[in-house]
Design a binder for this molecule. Structure first.
Ligand code: HEC
Length: 152
């Protein structure tokens, strides 16, 4: 029992200490001229869907949830955001070349279709990102239309 209490004590100390390791939660300023939903004049309904379901990880407008302030969860959240932005950052859309835009729209439609995006774990605490079939279809159609008309 004594040894168990000791282990528990040091675990708690460790947990308390890692709270002091900060993660960078400062968003870069967004330039509306290059931001996807502004530049493309995305209709309000679609804009809301993209912002609710994708922008936390794929833009510089991340809204950090409460759990993102508790280490070690905060590290996992931050690494998903970093990785998400690295692959696709809607905030700098107009800085992408045509090939990259095309490929990102194709992949976005694909990942929404096969339900790998938004990341399933994210939807547990973000019900608004848990898109219905109809909402998925709306987004896919929007991206596909843009591909067809080459208006990306
Ligand atoms: C919780 C964070 C999170 C959310 C929300 C999220 N993504 Fe992602 N996304 C990631 C991460 C992390 C990766 C990179 C690793 C991977 O492919 O799984 C990624 C990868 C991608 C890729 C692949 C890019 C490539 O280079 O292959 C696309 C496309 C994408 N996401 C689109 C979307 C769309 C569209 C939405 C909204 C419907 C969305 N994501 C929501 C985190 C997220």
């Amino acid at each position: 029992m004594k040894i168990f209490k000791k282990i528990l004590f040091w675990c708690l100390v460790g947990f308390a200490l890692i709270q002091f390791i900060p993660t960078d939660k400062v968003n870069k300023p967004v330039d509306r001229k290059v931001n996807f939903v502004d530049a493309k004049k995305t209709p309000p309904k679609i804009r809301r869907l993209i912002k609710d379901a994708c922008y936390d990880c794929h833009s510089d407008e991340t809204v950090y949830p409460g759990y993102a302030y508790i280490a070690p969860i905060s590290w996992s959240v931050k690494s998903h955001i970093n990785e998400g932005r690295e692959h696709l950052n809607f905030s700098i859309w107009e800085m992408y070349n045509q090939d990259l835009k095309k490929s990102m729209l194709e992949k976005s439609a694909q990942t929404i279709q096969n339900k790998t995006m938004p990341m399933p774990g994210y939807m547990v605490y973000h019900k608004e990102a848990n898109l219905s079939e109809a909402e998925r279809m709306l987004l896919i159609k929007y991206f596909e239309e843009m591909l067809k008309t080459k208006t990306y």
